[in-house]
Design a protein. Structure first.
Length: 173
């Protein structure tokens, strides 16, 4: 009896695969009936799934950098460690602010194509500025502490996760 159930399951899977292959041949692969949302349904969805502004995330990263630098100063008593920590956070904040500015510009909202292209361009700018800032760190920060800079950088990057957690809590509250 187990063999019969397995054979039936296998036959059902083969039938599904055959249907998918037929769909691929006639160009209907992955097409589903989509019903547009009403205005009320869209509003309810926005309320259930609130978006987080990219500018709030950049501000949160800056605040995290300042707090991390203050904690570093309190723990070590060395200004160079505090500046290193803050500079690590700035290596995330400055490129993130450029990215946010680029994505929220009028040019990015012309069409979906320009928005997609703009995303990749500004992401490349963000990566380039981050790498450049890290490469210039020994020249810009006197007595650079690489570990402190790395900690500041990581803490600023983790603000994305914090924003998602706070968004989720706000949604369920």
């Amino acid at each position: 009896m187990v063999k019969t159930m397995t054979d039936e399951t296998q036959a059902a899977q083969n039938a599904k695969l055959g249907n998918k292959l037929d769909d691929a041949k006639d160009g209907t692969w992955g097409q589903q009936d989509v019903t547009p949302l009403t205005r009320e349904q869209a509003q309810r969805l926005r309320e259930q799934e609130p978006s987080v502004s990219i500018w709030w995330i950049v501000l949160g990263q800056l605040v995290m950098g300042i707090l991390a630098a203050l904690v570093a100063l309190l723990l070590t008593g060395k200004a160079s460690v505090a500046w290193s920590t803050f500079y690590g956070a700035l290596a995330v904040v400055v490129p993130g602010a450029l990215f946010a500015r680029g994505l929220t510009s009028q040019f990015s909202s012309i069409s979906p194509v320009t928005a997609g292209f703009g995303f990749f361009v500004w992401e490349a700018v963000k990566i380039g500025v981050s790498v450049g800032m890290l490469a210039l760190a020994p020249r810009l920060v006197a007595g650079l502490d690489w570990l402190a800079m790395l900690i500041g950088l990581i803490l600023a990057l983790k603000v994305y996760w914090l924003a998602l957690l706070l968004r989720h809590k706000r949604k369920t509250a």
